[in-house]
Ligand binder design. Sequence first.
Ligand code: PRP
Length: 214
Amino acid sequence: MDGMIKVALPKGRLGEKVYAMFAEAGFECPEVLDPGRKLIFTNEQAGVSYFWVKPTDVAVYVERGAADIGVAGKDILEEYRPDIYELLDLKTGMCRMAVAAKKGFADDRQKTLKVATKFPNAALRHYAQQGRAIDIIELHGSIELAPILGMSDVIVDIVETGKTLKENDLEVVETVFPISARLIANKASYQFKRARIHALTESLTAQIRNKAEF
Ligand code: PRP
């Protein structure tokens, strides 16, 4: 396994898209796209081994060295700040972290702001920069319900198309940071497998550049 590059891919559409880019870079393993129960896919010839994990777990596998490289959203990297190298912005999976509230919401700065979110660290950092006192309500999904039911004043959440907000009479108050998928590497792997990781990064960079030109 030593000569292998171990890759943690985020389950789902983004992971499939990213796999296609890796395959074009010579890290092919068509078996990866086979639906089934298998968890690890290896192509000895190409010297690559893939496994699918929950998008929120990719950085854990990479930080701990179970994967040499992986693909994680900037949202996760900002939230957990894992000790990894961020090598490349893959310019895909674009969305943003935003503060949203019920239409017409006016912030009363005399009061502690109630913030519902799946991203407590990112939310705390954002409001600390503004010197704003907040009360975090941590949720794990359907965050939009919180302001609708009057449980929170605002949410800090991912906005992609804006459809979820619109359909629930919510609107963006401010953007916290833009999000896209990033290629990340384990720090030790980056030293020991530098040549192969570098070759992959070069190819991905060229692919991204070519796509931007068309
Ligand atoms: C995310 C996010 C929003 C939605 C935004 O939820 O939390 O709810 O997508 O997308 P849009 O702007 O295109 O409508 P996700 O689908 O991950 O599910 P969740 O409710 O479990 O967080």
